[in-house]
Design a protein around this ligand. Sequence first.
Ligand SMILES: O=C(O)CC[C@@H](O)C(=O)O
Ligand SMILES: [Zn+2]
Length: 508
Amino acid sequence: MSSMNKLSATIRTFHSSAARFKKNVEFTAVRYPYLKRGNYSFLSDRHLGFFQSILSPHQVLTDEINDLSGYNVDWMHSVRGSSRLVLRPKTTEEVGAILQYCNAQNIAVCPQGGNTGLVGGSVPVFDEVIMSLGLMDAVISVDELSGIAIVQAGCVLEKLETILHLNNLTLPLDLGAKGSCQIGGNVATNAGGIRLLRYGNLHGSVLGLTAVLANGQIMDCLSTNKKDNTGYDLKQLFIGSEGTLGVVTQVALHCPSKPTSVQVGFFGINSFDNVLETLRLSKQNLGEILSSCELIDQSSLECVTSQLKLKSPDLVNHFPFYILLETSGSNADHDAEKLNSLLEMLLKNGTIVDGTIAVDSTQATNLWTLRERIAEALASEGYVYKYDVSVPIRQFYQLVDVMRARLEKLPIRCCGYGHLGDGNLHLNITSQEYSSELLNKIEPFVYDWVSRQRGSVSAEHGLGLKKRDYIEYTKSPTSVHWMRRMKKLFDPNNILNPYKIFPGTLNE
Ligand SMILES: O=C(O)CC[C@@H](O)C(=O)O
Ligand SMILES: [Zn+2]
């Protein structure tokens, strides 16, 4: 059976190849014609001179074609800003000096990690100065005994995982974008991913962090204590703040022990009731070794196999639903036996119709590839309307059915997949190209539907620019009011990632 090391070495690099896809064109001005640039200073030679005086030449990028284009556009090629400057600090102090200056000079700043976000949160909307954390990529310390790693914000997730594995530890989060996303960006967006079912989200795994506030002040919350009840836990404010309250520069992460046995199963299922029963029985029978439970519907599997020329697993038939299960444990024989007897039981009682268990790391990788490259496959198909929602588990697939009925006869593909174990559905609708008519058929209907289930209109991708107008479909007006107050308190001049999270302007 496969080991985690082998698995990790081969899986998931979709962002590097997908970056070449240019089909998903929409761009900010088309979809957001009502957006107005805030009253910020324009970049002048004097400003540039200041940044050049405190940073080295390779930390100040100004060449529009050769340097800036990749920073100005998001991975989906759907939001594009027109920044004229990328700053690449190497230390927390440099971040502090930059922000202090920008705050004093009324210059807007867009903090950026690996730029793998899906809601337009990590790219400028107008000409905000981009602050890229990519040069701050050091792993400062890893302690196997306590399971604590301290790392700079710009460290790419995959690099961090490789180093953790050498210390018999692993990351509490895993994403398809791990080859290019950065831990600071993950923390700033409270990224979820495929292990959340097992290890919970970053609000639990981040023990401490350093954040630089809008005025340049360095807030040292870099605690490594697992227990600390000395008043308010301020670090939590920065986790999921999408760079609007401060710039995260260092993170102390609690890392679980590295599993030595990883098993992957793939099941074909005839009805959504049986999908739910599979989840229930998997939880009951696998217990704590269950580390992922992902749903893929037939439409998603069809898309990923046809667009990326991948082979479907060897099952007897096509099914409306597939579940990908992963276990992570420390005893290969025990874990394999558990998964095999689950498979037998599910087949025998008719909950699943067919299933396969990976016999080696190549097969496991191939199964994961089918799940993790769906986003890339969708992007290569045409324009993608993306929804990342939390819904009560029993209603997980209803929204997909409702949307198919609503968009019947239109030339679209409607896919439902995602993190079933967490109630996090990825609903994606593709069409040949962007159409505002189609968009109006989908939104705000989708958000309204989710709101009526008391779900979340953004489960793990954040609000960024694309979802900001829908915040009140999930958060109460009182919550939004206090969020705005908090933003005003931390960033009174609204220089940090403006136009994100909140609809309108902060003065409204
Ligand atoms: O593109 C999407 O909708 C989901 C992307 C990512 O969160 C995933 O789980 O693959
Ligand atoms: Zn996801």
